[in-house]
Design a binder for this molecule. Sequence first.
Ligand code: 13P
Length: 229
Amino acid sequence: MCIVAANFKMHKTRSETKKYIDELKKMDFKDVKVTVFPPFTAFIEDELIGAQNAYPAVNGAYTGEIGLEQLNEFNIKKILIGHSERRHILGESQEFIAKKFDFYKKNNFEIFYCVGEPLEVRKNGLKAVIEYIKSQFIGIDLNYDKLIIAYEPVWAIGTGVSAKLEEIKETHAEIRKFTSRPIIYGGSVKLNNIKEILSIENVDGVLVGSASLDVNVFKEMIKIAKDIK
Ligand code: 13P
């Protein structure tokens, strides 16, 4: 089994997303599990669609947020929680993230739970990285049967510089000690490195940002995943 997911972040409109999904579905994914995370305003009803974020409530007085009620309208059953951009740019605390996890777990969502260290931590070596990631596991049920861990080193996101294969290998091996659930990698995954990354032990898939925005590139990535796993 291999997971290939696209995180559009704050890119694309609803009509663009619809076109993208239509094009994507022309191919046979075989055993590859594909998910696309568009912005809220680009939600369409399709089993491939997941949410980049949502508030841990059905509805309520939470200006600027969406909750379970809004996700249900689109039959959305997958969510990204703990992305580093939400942790670092939007200031989400581990406590709040754990609340979201708990809420969407109770509602039976497939949760793509993101962890990853900033550069200053990576500079201190693997032990420091694992300590940091452990702090991102606080309040998270690592045995949840619909959990997918996404390891995304902050310094590799959107920089065009992916982590080295050895760094991915050793970090995933350490994370594996905490969970038997799938562990996917994200951070500058491109057409020219996806094959090597997917070939690493304990890498069960990829979470792709910028390179996923072109549907033909993303399709090509799925094709590579199909051949490897
Ligand atoms: P990039 O692929 O653009 O580095 O983004 C990775 C990411 O943050 C996916 O969630």
